[in-house]
Design a protein around this ligand. Structure first.
Ligand code: SAM
Length: 444
């Protein structure tokens, strides 16, 4: 913390690192009022990647690798570069306190992934593994300058997972504070010179100078709409996430710093959260290693809904299924995003078509986009309930079993869960709760 106050010039008031249920976060060290500035980090004390930024670690990666690498691999290389420099790096105290194990599913084995009970995320993580392995292979084979030892795979994956769980992105403002001060200084010198030499009317010089500075600010604000910067800020990266707060990290153009402002009052000792943005538990789990209970942005993605055609409560002929598979709805039924509020319109349309009589179905799938008569809609609701129950029944464990597993892990009884299994069980429990909410909302 001394480093943060001292050389890094990080301003923070009212928060201090603390541990909550075994997870490090930031606690209010005194009462915090809504709208109070809690943390401010100068850009020079953050790890920043701007568009078209030149190779920031030429001692470790080649320019060619840097040019073709995605943003998160570049930032991982920057972290590893600072780590290699040890105490010579200005960010050494920050690097030293990064978690040794980020606990994200990328690092899990197949058994741990299977405990998620969720093919969509398991597939995402498999793709992520293939992508990160290819990035490391490229770096190790031809991405480092001659005579330099490439980072090992585990070092690289550690840095990549730190980046994915600690970076925020935002609009890019084209210049640094120094650039802006330099421009303002240059304009001031020109105005003073013109005035001293009597070349131009001082009032006109002054208004021209103001016009230049305003133009520059407007240009940068317009530029910021189309370009993105990525940043990891020491201390700000200790905030844990909650979807119930609004606080996000923002960039202050005039102060050239990143800051967090309280979005409500916090009592001394309470954990202060920020929001990492609206994210489903799929992305929170994949990149941050946790699932948020009652996450309003969570959804259940049902893979290949048509595999439950046999559970609809009435026989569905092969021809009808084929007609549906040949329709424009086919791809949307491969991954049906079910929210607590219910099923998407395409899924309802498909089910209406499957449940219709042969005479009604002759009109084609397109005729079923709107609600039918009350009997048809009652049959649809019944079919939806069967479908959700079939999905829930296929998952290997029930809500009650998952809750019991977590409770046994939490109390540290013999046979307590490993942290990855506990995270997987918490994730799948939340998914089941989404489906259970769908049933509740339908009065089932
Ligand atoms: C930006 S860091 C926050 C600080 C972090 N807890 C630490 O000790 O460095 C993001 C990581 O914090 C943890 N985290 C953040 N919000 C969380 C939450 N609501 N529940 C559980 N873990 C959380 C996850 O491990 C995530 O990858």
């Amino acid at each position: 913390m001394g480093w943060a106050y001292g050389p890094a010039s990080i301003r923070f008031s009212g928060v201090k690192p603390s541990t909550f249920a075994g997870i490090r976060g930031l606690a209010a060290s005194s009462d915090i009022a809504n709208d109070a500035l809690i943390v401010e980090v100068p850009r020079r004390s953050a790890l920043v990647l701007a568009p078209k930024q030149r190779n920031s670690c030429p001692g470790m990666v080649t320019d060619d690798w840097w040019k073709s690498a995605p943003w998160f691999a570049k930032m991982a290389a920057m972290i590893l570069w600072h780590k290699r420099q040890g105490s010579a790096s200005p960010l050494a105290p920050w690097v030293a306190q990064l978690p040794a194990n980020t606990g994200v599913p990328f690092l899990w084995d197949d058994k741990e992934l299977a405990a998620l009970q969720y093919p969509v995320l398991i597939e995402q993580v498999r793709q992520q593994k293939a992508e990160w392995q290819a990035l490391h292979a490229e770096l190790a084979s031809k991405g480092t300058p001659p005579g330099t030892t490439p980072p090992s795979a585990s070092e690289f994956y550690w840095a990549m997972s730190c980046v994915r769980s600690r970076t925020f992105s935002g609009p890019y403002i084209g210049s640094t504070l120094q650039d802006r001060l330099r421009l303002a200084g240059l304009v001031a010198v020109l105005v003073a010179g013109n005035t001293a030499l009597g070349v131009a009317d001082p009032a006109k010089s002054l208004s021209a100078a103001i016009a230049v500075l305003i133009f520059n600010i407007l240009y940068e604000l317009i530029l910021s709409r189309s370009l993105k910067q990525y940043a990891i800020c020491p201390l700000i990266d200790l905030f844990n996430h909650s979807s119930t707060v609004q606080s996000e990290v923002s960039y202050n153009y005039f102060g050239d710093s990143y800051s967090v402002v309280a979005s409500r009052d916090f009592k001394k000792g309470e954990q202060v959260f920020i929001s990492y943005g609206t994210q489903s538990n799929d992305s929170l789990m994949q990149y941050y290693g946790f699932a948020e209970p009652n996450n309003p942005a969570d959804a259940y993605v049902m893979s290949d809904m048509l595999r439950w055609a046999g559970a609809l409560g009435r026989p569905v002929g092969r021809e009808r299924l084929e007609a549906l598979k040949a329709s424009s709805l086919a791809t949307s039924l491969k991954q049906v995003v079910v929210q607590r509020a219910g099923f998407p319109a395409e899924a309802l349309q498909a089910l209406r078509f499957l449940l219709a009589s042969d005479a009604e179905a002759a009109a084609g799938v397109a005729a079923f986009s709107k609600a039918g008569n009350p009997d048809q809609e009652a049959a649809l609701a019944e079919a939806l309930v069967r479908l959700v129950r079939a999905e829930l029944g296929s998952l290997g464990t029930s809500i009650q079993e998952d809750e019991a597993l977590l409770a046994s892990g939490a109390t540290g009884k013999k046979g307590g869960l490993s942290s990855s299994t506990a995270a997987a069980v918490a994730f799948r429990l939340e998914k089941k709760r989404v489906l259970s909410a769908v049933l509740n909302n339908m009065g089932a």
